[in-house]
Design a protein around this ligand. Structure first.
Ligand code: ARG
Length: 586
């Protein structure tokens, strides 16, 4: 039965499924469509009648019109404590009014059993989220920051939904540039241990210098190409130098991950390199890979260029690595859903190698599992509307950017007089939560495909749709509960939620939509869906509930405190899923 289904929408769907089965023959294969309705006629609506009518009319049916189909759907609904009443409108829309009693009981149950009982149930058991993925020795730029923030949230939402997530950092740690880097390193620092002392800034500078040398000095270029061969052949000295270069970059990446509170497991391009030959051989045997102008390529219908998998000089590239990585993830790691988070600029690359994998029979053509998804995102713009850069240099050092968010948020907390009654530690912790939270939320709240403007003033504004406002609302809720002096854990067991006022009911309904919202955000890979939910929750809490329903000192205090607590619990879970640390006073 529907007992362990968390999503309200799905629970209603199950009821309508039963009733639709009773109304129309199974072979029509009608999937119940139940959607939340904003109107005053109900909380949800079942919209199947018109579609059913179009399938049965003129075929000797006893129904007269879509409305009568709707009536029959309503009439055959199994008894359920979820539904208070139903009505049929117009062309058979079945409007559903939820039972206040059931709503109240469900909230109370969640408070006692925990919000984990509201985790959505997905079809997937294991997924790869390939995110962040910066390139060794090159700049980790704001694009990688977006990928890290979005990827971490997707991973968190899937993990909450009991999916085992392999968080993969597909770092660019392989390729011909390493020959150039290593050769330059040997020539510049004859004692290789010196590379440990280099800062990433130096490593980037170092990259530029070595590239310049490579482009200008043919003799060096030759030595660099020989170095690639030595590295790929596994010559210890070259391997050692490569490892050290990677380590320097890794330390810088790690500083960003620590600030963002994300963790990733690095399986860089080099990891998949040994798998490439066999994978390409299989594809060649299948007749997919062909020779073209000295290169080896896969021709794909619908694309005006072929997918190059071996360059004319015989070396592998981004696509060959990605094919091998996909093969590994499907066959060795048995992932059912592989999700790639990069800027939309790489969309064509992904579409092409996804198509190649489908042609090879690795992925089903109908889009069922195992499945791959490219999560593309837009550019980060500066306040001038151009590609984001810091004032001082053309390279944004991500660590500095995050530190600035923190120090700005600290300044504004001090300006609001918080340093007077807070300890330095509290001030620091709140500044961290607000500062980093603001950067993340400003990114996540947008539809990820659009470009967004990086603007400290906007993201740190305490009004409007910002993390600052949301964290503040949460802190206020906590303060109301504290001020009541009640033991909230005790109250969860002894108190009872009663949804008397329309504002209370509206708040409860929104809370009950948490599970289906997370489910939607997961299936559509859209963190913005959860942000919108959180912002609306906050607005409903303050505008509909709190402004109309006195909590402390009212006759309804116990019930209303429980509603405050339920709101707090859901907000905290939203923060957690968005990678934002909650604060309890502000
Ligand atoms: N390193 C790439 C970049 O910086 C991103 C890698 C994304 N993942 C992948 N499997 N292609 O653009």
């Amino acid at each position: 039965g529907g007992e362990n289904v968390a999503s309200l929408k799905r629970q209603l769907g199950q009821l309508f499924e039963v009733s639709i089965r009773a109304v129309v023959p199974d072979e029509l294969n009608v999937e119940p469509v139940v959607v939340p309705s904003a109107g005053k006629f109900g909380d949800y609506q079942c919209n199947n009648a018109m579609d059913i009518w179009s399938k049965i009319k003129g075929k000797g049916t006893e129904f007269k019109n879509p409305n009568s189909v709707g009536q029959a759907i309503m009439g055959n609904l199994p008894k359920s404590e979820i539904i208070e009443s139903c009505t049929v409108a117009g062309p058979g829309f079945v409007n559903i009014v939820l039972s206040k009693n059931w709503m109240a009981k469900s909230l109370q149950k969640m408070l006692i059993d925990g919000i984990e009982t509201w985790a959505p149930q997905l079809q997937v058991r294991r997924a790869v989220v390939d995110f962040s993925s910066p390139n060794i020795a090159k700049e980790m730029h704001v694009g990688h920051l977006r990928s890290t923030i979005i990827g971490d949230t997707l991973a968190r939402m899937l993990e909450f939904s009991k999916v085992e997530v392999l968080r993969r950092n597909h770092v660019g740690d392989w390729g011909t540039q390493f020959g150039m880097l290593i050769q330059y390193l040997f020539e510049k620092f004859p004692n290789v241990d010196d590379v440990n002392e280099m800062e990433i800034g130096d490593l980037q500078e170092f990259y530029k210098q070595s590239k310049k040398r490579f482009d200008e000095d043919p003799a060096f270029k030759e030595r660099a190409q020989a170095a690639v061969v030595s590295l790929q052949g596994g010559t210890p000295k070259y391997r050692e130098a490569w490892l050290q270069i990677c380590e320097v970059s890794r330390r810088e990446f790690q500083m960003v991950y620590e600030r963002l509170g994300t963790h990733l497991e690095e399986k860089g391009e080099s990891f998949y390199n040994p798998y490439i030959p066999a994978v390409l051989e299989k594809l060649t045997d299948q007749g997919l890979i062909v020779e073209s102008e000295g290169a080896r390529v896969i021709h794909l219908e619908g694309f005006n260029i072929p997918l190059i998998v071996v360059k004319s000089n015989g070396s592998y590239n981004y696509a060959s690595t990605d094919l091998a990585a996909l093969w590994y993830r499907l066959n060795e790691e048995k992932a059912e859903w592989i999700i790639y988070v990069t800027d939309v600029g790489q969309q064509q690359h992904f579409n092409m190698f996804f198509k190649a994998a489908t042609l090879a029979g690795w992925l089903p053509v109908d889009g069922s599992y195992p499945k791959v998804s490219h999560v593309g995102f837009g550019l980060v713009l500066g306040e001038d509307g151009k590609r984001f850069r810091t004032r001082s240099s053309d390279v944004v050092r991500l660590v500095d950017l995050l530190d600035e968010a923190k120090s700005r948020s600290k300044t504004s907390l001090v300006e609001r007089g918080k340093s007077e009654d807070w300890t330095e530690e509290e001030l620091e912790q709140t500044a961290v939560a607000v500062g980093y939270g603001a950067v993340k939320y400003a990114d996540l709240k947008n539809n990820r495909l659009t470009n967004y403007t990086f603007d400290f003033n906007q993201m740190l504004n305490d009004k409007g749709n910002t993390a600052v406002y949301l964290l503040y609302m949460h802190a206020r809720i906590c303060s109301i509960i504290r001020k009541s002096g009640k033991d909230i854990d005790e109250l969860k067991k002894t108190g009872e939620i009663v949804l008397g006022h329309a504002g209370e009911r509206e708040l409860a309904l929104h809370l009950l939509k948490f599970s289906e919202t997370v489910e939607e955000a997961c299936t559509n890979l859209l963190p913005s869906v959860l942000c919108e939910y959180l912002y609306n929750l906050s607005e409903i809490y303050s505008g509909k509930f709190y402004s109309n329903c006195q909590v402390i000192g009212s006759a309804e205090e116990p019930s209303r405190l429980l509603l405050c607590e339920a709101t707090g619990v859901v907000m905290r879970k939203c923060f957690h899923l968005l990678g934002i640390e909650a604060v309890y006073k502000m």
